[in-house]
Ligand binder design. Structure first.
Ligand SMILES: [Zn+2]
Length: 134
């Protein structure tokens, strides 16, 4: 399971701080609800794509001594199960929904180098449409 954590910085600052940053331990396990049973369980490396470069980001993990499950703390500039940074996805959503641009214009403004691909952007809009302002 992943939970979003606000580290109060952007992706580059987060990377620069590496593992030196303090990760606040969640009060309870989201799996079993047990309080105070989470212990640090290292990190894993996750690749994240920005508009013009890729980042390799260390993700903090916690282990529950009660239910033996793990928990990942995803910085809030990433989305669980998505490769691209939130700001890339947000730019596409804004262009399509708020500015009502055609897919041709969205592609021209948000995917200059061919990434993200059109089908990826369309998939985001379909999956996240419920979160777009109306
Ligand atoms: Zn647990």
């Amino acid at each position: 399971m992943s939970i979003l954590a606000d580290y109060g910085c952007d992706e580059q600052t987060y990377i620069d701080q590496a593992k030196q940053r303090e990760s606040v331990c969640p009060a309870g396990c989201p799996w079993c609800g047990h309080a105070g049973g989470l212990i640090g369980h290292g990190y894993y490396l996750r690749k994240a794509k920005g508009a013009d470069q890729a980042y390799f980001i260390w993700i903090k993990r916690w282990f529950c001594k009660n239910c033996h499950r793990t928990l990942s703390m995803i910085p809030n500039f990433l989305l669980p199960y998505r490769h691209y940074l939130v700001k890339v996805v947000q730019a596409v959503m804004t262009a399509f929904y708020e500015s009502e641009q055609s897919w041709k214009r969205v592609t021209a403004s948000c995917a200059q180098d061919g990434t993200p691909g059109l089908r990826t952007m369309q998939r985001w809009c379909k999956a996240l449409a419920g979160y777009a302002p109306t």
